[in-house]
Write a protein that binds this ligand. Structure first.
Ligand code: DX5
Ligand code: ZN
Length: 219
């Protein structure tokens, strides 16, 4: 199995010091997870393209952009053009996920499909060859600091079974409530990329928190 990816979410960082907070996990984190929320797809509002563009220039980390927005076809390609490594949009917000994935890949980014808490995984399994990342929410999207919902790992197991032996490049990512006490069960279910907000930026030493999560995910 490929080594696990840990992606700290800057949703739990100090938004007045985003560049410093990103640099604090350089060398430890694999990706920087950037939550873009529009107050329509989810009832919360974060940052958009101008802030992401500036932050991209301030750190060497690959960006894992998680778009929690309506109409991702309007915005997702611009994040790829800006230099995001992975651009993930929600299945619930897009009527032609495969077409948008193609656009993202041709703009030079990895394409990610996100599945929110109440969305079944089965209808999307056949689309996975068009994607590089499958993000399975382990909470309801919208806010950090929520409690991990272990039942949602059934979707991770179903996706892992589906891709076993086949599409080896696909990362199965979990997002929501990932911490030292939940990451092992997510890894055992078949996840190999882990978003952690509170567990990283709530820690006294964010880089050490990332390294600890990585060790736990490897076992
Ligand atoms: C919430 C975001 C998550 C959030 C996770 O909708 O997608 O990335 O930052 O935060 P924690 O790790 O605190 O659950
Ligand atoms: Zn996220």
């Amino acid at each position: 199995a490929p080594s696990p990816i840990v992606a700290p979410s800057i949703l739990a960082a100090d938004f007045a010091r985003l560049a410093e907070e990103a640099r604090a996990v350089e060398g430890a984190a694999d990706w920087l997870h950037v939550d873009v929320m529009d107050n329509h797809f989810v009832p919360n509002l974060t940052i958009g393209l101008p802030v992401v563009q500036s932050l991209l220039a301030a750190t060497s980390l690959p960006f894992d952009v998680h778009l929690m927005i309506e109409d991702p076809r309007r915005w997702a390609p611009a994040y790829a053009d800006a230099g995001a490594y992975n651009v993930t949009f929600h299945a619930e917000a897009c009527d032609d996920p495969v077409a948008l994935a193609k656009e993202l890949r041709s703009a030079g980014a990895r394409a990610g499909l996100a599945i929110d808490r109440d969305t079944p995984i089965e209808p999307y399994l056949e689309l996975l060859p068009s994607f590089d990342t499958l993000l399975i929410m382990t909470i309801k999207a919208g806010f950090g600091g929520q409690r991990f919902i272990p039942e949602l790992l059934d979707k991770v197991r179903a996706a892992r079974r589906h891709v076993a032996g086949g599409h080896l490049e696909l990362r199965i990512e979990v997002d929501g409530g990932i911490a030292a006490d939940t990451i092992e069960q997510a890894a055992a279910a078949g996840a190999d990329a882990f978003v952690a907000g509170t567990a990283v930026y709530g820690a006294a030493d964010p880089a050490e928190a990332v390294r600890r999560l990585k060790r736990l995910a490897e076992q």
